[in-house]
Design a protein around this ligand. Structure first.
Ligand SMILES: [Mn+2]
Length: 214
């Protein structure tokens, strides 16, 4: 089976419960369409490390991963302590960038990242920069799907079902089912507000079945 979920935002326990709820196994595939880090939970790095060791879970980058990648690179000691800055004092541009990340809810991610060994920090940066896509085009049972974090990340004209996260369904005007998946014609919104105290949702593309964790 092929599953899609989005915007886990550090909620590691809900992520594990969702996998159990879906009965996720080695023959399945899960696409996580961005924003596993920051905000509500403090398990963003744990989720990322779990994705990294699970070949049938694919991460599509969200805006939080993009900001985090930039921030993580800056946090690496070599970028801060070098011959022109031997005392490792944080330059202003780094403070501005980290402030931007913290304003997005990045503090738990920064905290967890700094606890990691240097090789693990490098492994995470390599994973985010080399192994993750910004969108995926897949076909399941004859239906074409485009999976991406935010519709603005994908500008090809392509006749397919578009599945996005990023915008919690509780913030969509006239949506009768806030915090549930909302299928607006060929555009499915699947951020069920986990980062805002709502639900974590997923959809199975073969069956159309929806899965939720409170
Ligand atoms: Mn987002």
């Amino acid at each position: 089976m092929t599953f899609v979920c989005a915007d886990i935002h550090g909620c590691y326990n809900q992520y594990l419960k969702l996998l159990a709820e879906m009965d996720f196994n080695d023959s399945d595939e899960l696409y996580i369409i961005g924003d596993v880090l920051d905000r509500e939970g403090n398990g963003g790095i744990d989720i990322l490390q779990d994705i990294m060791m699970t070949p049938n879970i694919r991460l599509i980058l969200g805006n939080h991963e993009e900001v985090a990648l930039e921030g993580m690179e800056l946090l690496m000691e070599t970028k801060i302590k070098n011959s022109s800055n031997p005392d490792g004092i944080l330059p202003e541009y780094i403070i501005i960038m980290l402030t931007e990340w913290i304003n997005l809810g990045g503090y738990p991610t920064i905290d967890a990242f700094r606890e990691l060994s240097r090789s693990e920090q490098n492994r995470i940066i390599r994973f985010l920069s080399n192994r993750c896509m910004t969108y995926a085009e897949i076909t399941v049972n004859g239906t074409d799907y485009v999976l991406c974090h935010d519709e603005n990340y994908y500008d090809d004209v392509y006749d397919a079902v578009l599945i996005t996260g990023h915008l919690p369904t509780r913030f969509i005007d006239d949506n009768p089912k806030p915090d549930y998946i909302w299928r607006d014609g060929d555009h499915w919104h699947i951020d069920c507000g986990c980062g805002y105290g709502g639900r974590l949702g997923a959809v199975c593309l073969e069956t159309g079945e929806e899965f939720y964790v409170e």
